[in-house]
Design a protein around this ligand. Structure first.
Ligand code: DGJ
Length: 758
């Protein structure tokens, strides 16, 4: 890994074994992009990559003294810029727009200097990837300036040593005397020389999050966004550009992921010369940031990954990075406790006795952590009241949270608690005391969602107040885990604490307030495991992962839906981050009845837990649950910290599959899922991945999935990857891997364990 600087030619070459990223200072002093992709040799000059074009109707640029640049080919719209600006003849969508005191929005940032450092500096107030050792990454800071406005722009680039990863962000400082307004400030902008890409986004809705959607680029723009105040169920702040021939295993793929939890925009624009501008950052709609003299603004970080190892290769790069250099704290590298959450077991209908019965049965089945969900506080006996009053309802919990947590610990389990810190019901003591603490525009109707308003987390005193209530409970009770929920989108986003000309800052300041509360609580209670949640997966984003190493993936707990949701989620997010539970049937979201084993098989590939009252299962089912729990304990380290491979997509096939391989390639776990049973099927081969081709593996079906562990087959890694797992073979002569005595044909799952033979 290195950052080579060729000062006379104004070239900055960031490279490691895998990638090169080439920046060139253009003849007028702006920063241009010369190349991003597979590693190339380092050379003194790359002038040939500038490609100025004399095109009719183009607008030509001038140098700092106003002289038209000698070759009339020097036009912003024909060049690949590092951070496109508005108003200078670059007619693509800009990365930055600044409003000046005279009302103009024209900018031009020219190169001034650079700085290179080992490691990676933190972004103030914002979550970001990090290094533990300075040798893991190098950072280039390019200092540019709009001399007319006195506005400094610092473009930050960190290249990691291990893989094709570049983390980017932008920083602005008003060094002049004017008051400036940032109307747009993206985290990254990248101009690519050709449009031969397919764009992939992760889309959906509540209970149907992160389904991959693929489409080719075409002239014009394609974009995804959130204007909901959170990253959203509908779109995820993550996109992929892949070559049309790239697939899971091979081919050129670029990922772009935004480390942010609020409004965002991700966009790719193919221009009329078949060049493509990709950008990602805070959504400019409704956003503005006032910069008085001396003030500054830091954008969130965007993480770009380039690989020629296909979509699977890209995902594993994000998984390793986000699991170990974005998530942090005590739980980062630890297998996650198997939990039982009471939400789908009771909803609001519980008292202490009922909870303890659920907890005791869970304990009997090997569960390690009992989580009390919504409904334990204030007047919260339905979703109409109580949010904001973070003290226990003594009618249902006579000993408070302290008493309940002690009783759960006495059962031999850890205790976890649900909060929704950012919300308030109008019917609450908190609202009655502070009606001006909610986001709303005076004089306009205020929208509710789930009967609740959003607290104005852009105000430090509001964050302090909620912090103090949460701190008290955490301090006095035995709490090992917090589920931090967020159940509505933002509307009427206006803060009573900000002046009119700073209202465009409210949504971002709100997110900074959320991060601040997370930062304080995780520092004060370092052993507590945080799980983020937003009505399921509306904030499954890298910003949250920096504080909460796991996230409730979706409110949809149906196994077949979960296979799809978790498959899509795995494009960017590590398996250790995916909150996944076994729930009751008929499923509460889809009404579907799936076998218990299928529900367990889907939930294994995540943090694993139960979302039902195990007392309601038959004794045989309870035994099965104990066996699944024991199985997960045995394999969770490999599942959560190994390498994940998608084998067959549930969006394309009736029979889908995925697997995890331990980092040392000694063990692996394969899961196959079948949606609908079909009669008289042929043999099935599931081609595996990620194994050592030269090692020999014993393949078994675990007893909890109907197998007999004394019956196994022996295959080499290359056989399993090139020929495939011939499942009838393992299952002693059954024709179809899915035929299993007594199991329904539909919604079936299979698990195979691979162990290296000595
Ligand atoms: C939405 C979450 O996703 C659920 O798991 C549950 O915690 C409810 N909120 C409680 O209101």
């Amino acid at each position: 890994m290195n950052i080579a600087v060729h000062e006379t030619k104004g070239i900055f070459h960031l490279y490691n074994d895998k990638i090169s990223y080439l920046i060139g200072i253009l003849p007028d002093g702006q920063a241009g992009n010369l190349y991003y992709g597979k590693r190339i040799h380092d050379r003194e000059e790359y002038d040939y990559l500038l490609e100025p074009a004399r095109r009719s109707h183009s607008v030509y640029m001038s140098d700092e003294s106003g002289n038209e640049l000698e070759s009339r080919g020097f036009s912003a719209e024909n060049l690949r810029m590092e951070y496109g600006v508005f108003g200078n003849g670059d007619f693509r969508e800009p990365a930055v727009m600044v409003r000046h005191e005279d009302g103009s929005r024209v900018s031009c940032f020219r190169y001034r200097s650079y700085k290179i450092m080992d490691g990676k500096p933190e972004l103030e107030g914002l979550p970001s990837t990090y290094t533990e050792d300075e040798g893991e990454a190098m950072t280039l800071q390019l200092f540019l300036e709009d001399a007319v406005a006195g506005l400094e722009l610092v473009l930050n680039y960190t290249i990691f040593a291990a893989e094709g990863i570049i983390a980017r962000s932008a920083f602005f400082r008003n060094k002049g005397t004017e008051t400036l307004v940032l109307e747009r400030a993206m985290s990254m902008c990248l101009d690519l020389p050709d449009p031969e890409y397919e764009w992939i986004q992760l889309s959906g809705s509540w209970a149907r999050e992160r389904h991959p959607v693929t489409r080719p680029l075409a002239p014009g723009a394609v974009s995804i966004e959130s204007l909901r105040g959170h990253s959203s169920h509908q779109q995820n702040p993550f996109i992929v550009l892949k070559r049309p021939t790239a697939d899971e295993k091979q081919g050129e793929v670029m990922g772009f992921s935004l480390v942010y939890s609020g409004n965002f925009l991700a966009r790719a624009e193919e221009d009329c010369y078949e060049a493509v501008r990709v950008m990602m950052g805070i959504h400019p709609d409704g956003f503005s940031w006032k910069l008085e003299a001396g003030e500054s603004f830091q954008t969130p970080e965007a993480v770009m990954v380039w690989t020629d190892r296909g979509l699977g290769g890209m995902s594993r790069i994000y998984h390793d990075l986000y699991r170990s250099r974005l998530a942090r704290g005590y739980w980062r590298d630890r297998p996650r406790p198997i939990l039982c959450n009471n939400w789908e077991a009771t909803y609001f209908d519980f008292n202490e006795e009922k909870l303890l019965q659920i907890a005791a049965k869970a304990r009997d089945c090997g569960v390690e952590l009992f989580v009390l969900d919504d409904g334990w506080f204030g007047a919260r006996r339905s979703d109409h009241a109580g949010l904001g009053d973070w003290y226990a309802n003594r009618d249902i919990l006579p000993g408070g949270i302290k008493g309940l947590s002690e009783k759960v610990e006495a059962l031999g389990m850890k205790f976890g608690l649900w909060f929704e810190p950012e919300m308030v019901n109008p019917d609450s003591d908190l609202y009655r005391a502070h009606p001006d603490w909610v986001l709303s525009v005076p004089g306009r109707p205020r929208s509710l969602s789930r009967h609740q308003c959003i607290l104005d987390f852009s105000r430090p005193e509001v964050v302090d107040h909620i912090h103090d209530m949460m701190y008290k409970i955490l301090k006095e009770s035995k709490i090992s885990y917090i589920k931090w929920d967020m159940n509505r989108s933002m509307s009427e986003c206006w803060s009573a604490a900000l002046p009119a000309d700073r209202q465009g800052e409210t949504a971002h300041r709100y997110i900074l307030g959320v991060y601040d509360l997370y930062r304080r609580l995780t520092a004060e209670f370092p052993m507590v495991l945080f799980e983020s949640c937003a009505g399921g997966g509306a904030r499954f984003d890298p910003g949250m992962l920096a504080y909460a190493p796991q996230a409730w993936c979706s409110d949809d707990t149906d196994a077949m839906e979960r296979v799809k949701i978790q498959y899509g989620t795995s494009y960017c997010y590590p398996i250790s981050s995916i909150g996944s539970h076994v729930s009751a049937v008929p499923n509460h979201q889809t009404g579907r009845i799936t076998p218990l084993a299928t529900r367990a098989a889907a939930a294994f590939f995540g943090t694993y837990g139960y979302e039902l009252d195990l007392n309601r299962l038959s004794p045989e089912e309870q035994e099965q649950v104990s066996a699944f729990t024991a199985f997960m304990k045995q394999h969770r380290e490999m599942i959560q910290f190994g390498d994940f491979y998608r084998l067959r997509s549930p969006f394309e096939y009736n029979e889908s599959g995925w697997m995890t391989v331990s980092k040392d390639k000694k063990t692996a776990l394969v899961a196959g899922f079948r949606e609908l049973g079909r009669p008289n099927q042929g043999f099935r081969r599931l081609k595996l991945d990620g194994l050592d081709p030269d090692r020999t593996y014993r393949v078994t079906v675990p007893a909890c999935f109907g197998g007999d562990e004394s019956q196994y087959v022996v295959r080499t890694g290359d056989e399993l990857m090139q020929i495939g797992l011939i499942t009838s073979d393992v299952l002693s002569g059954r024709i179809d891997m899915w035929e299993q005595m007594g199991q329904p044909a539909d919604f079936n799952a299979r698990i195979f364990v691979l162990e290296e033979m000595a």
